[in-house]
Design a protein around this ligand. Structure first.
Ligand code: DC
Length: 235
C-alpha cells in the first residue's frame, strides 16, 4: 500500500454515535475527517433543488460529475460542508434531507459515482491519516482499512439522540416521527442490494447504548494508537 495514509473506518446505523466519535477521534489523532453521509446528503439536496427525482438514475449520473462537495475545517468546531462553495451544513441535516440521502444512497449509480471522491478525500497526500464514517467504509470504500469499527446502539437510544439533536436546532419533529424515520432508514439501508449496511468481518464492534461519548472515543483512540504504533514498528 506504500505511503497511503492510515485509514480508520467507522460504520454503523444512524444515531449510533459515529459522527461525534469520528470527529473527536480525528481531532485526537490529527487525521482528516470524511463524513460520507454528508456527501450522500449533499447529492440529495442538489437533486431536490434541481427537481431531479431520487430514482432518476440517468439525471443523477449526469449530476454527480458536476457536484463540488468539500469539507472545510472550522477551528474547534469540526467542519462545514460546502456544496459548490455554499455552506450547506444545516440544509443537509433536515428530516427530508435525511430521507432523500437514504433514497439516493440506494442507487448503484450514485454509490459507484461517489467511490472515487470518498477515496480521494481520504487519501489526499497532505493527510497523515483519515477517519471515514459511513455505512460501507470497511466493506466497500476501504476494505483494506488499517482499522475498522462498527458502532451500534439500541433503536430507541439512537432515536432519542437524534431527537435531542433536532430539538437543540429548533426542529419541531416529534420523538415518534424521528423513531419512525429512523426505522425506515435502517430497513432501507440494510436491505438495499448494493453495499447494504453491514459490519466487515474484521471490524471491532462496539455497542454504545450504555457508553458515554468520552468512553467511546477513549476506546477507539486506544485501539487506533495501538495499531498506529504497530504500523510504525513494521515500517
Ligand atoms: O450518516 P448519515 O445519517 O449522515 O447518512 C445519510 C444517509 O446516507 C443514510 O441514510 C445512509 C446513507 N449512507 C450510505 O448509504 N453510505 C455511506 N457510506 C454513508 C451514508
Amino acid at each position: 500500500m506504500g505511503a497511503r495514509p492510515f485509514i480508520v473506518a467507522i460504520d454503523g446505523p444512524a444515531g449510533a454515535g459515529k459522527s461525534t466519535a469520528a470527529k473527536r477521534l480525528a481531532a485526537r489523532l490529527g487525521f482528516a475527517l470524511v463524513d460520507t453521509g454528508a456527501i450522500y446528503r449533499a447529492v440529495a439536496l442538489a437533486a431536490s433543488r434541481l427537481g431531479i427525482a431520487y430514482d432518476d438514475d440517468a439525471r443523477l449520473a449526469a449530476l454527480l460529475p458536476l457536484l463540488d462537495v468539500r469539507f472545510e475545517p472550522v477551528p474547534g468546531a469540526g467542519q462545514r460542508v460546502l456544496l459548490g462553495g455554499e455552506d450547506v451544513s444545516s440544509a443537509i441535516r433536515t428530516p427530508p434531507a435525511s430521507l432523500g440521502a437514504s433514497a439516493v444512497s440506494a442507487r448503484p449509480v450514485v454509490r459507484a459515482g461517489l467511490l472515487e471522491l470518498q477515496r480521494r478525500l481520504a487519501a489526499a497526500p497532505e493527510n497523515r491519516g483519515a477517519v471515514l464514517e459511513g455505512r460501507d467504509i470497511g466493506t466497500v470504500v476501504f476494505p483494506d482499512a488499517d482499522l475498522k469499527f462498527f458502532l451500534t446502539a439500541a433503536p430507541e437510544v439512537r432515536a432519542r439522540r437524534r431527537f435531542e439533536e433536532l430539538q437543540a436546532k429548533g426542529d419541531r419533529a416529534t420523538f415518534e416521527q424521528v423513531l419512525a424515520d429512523q426505522l425506515k432508514r435502517d430497513r432501507d439501508d440494510s436491505s438495499r442490494t448494493v453495499a447494504p449496511l453491514a459490519a466487515a468481518g474484521d471490524a471491532v464492534r462496539l455497542d454504545t447504548s450504555a457508553l458515554g461519548l468520552d468512553e467511546v472515543v477513549e476506546r477507539l483512540g486506544r485501539a487506533a494508537e495501538a495499531r498506529l504504533a504497530e504500523r510504525g514498528r513494521r515500517a
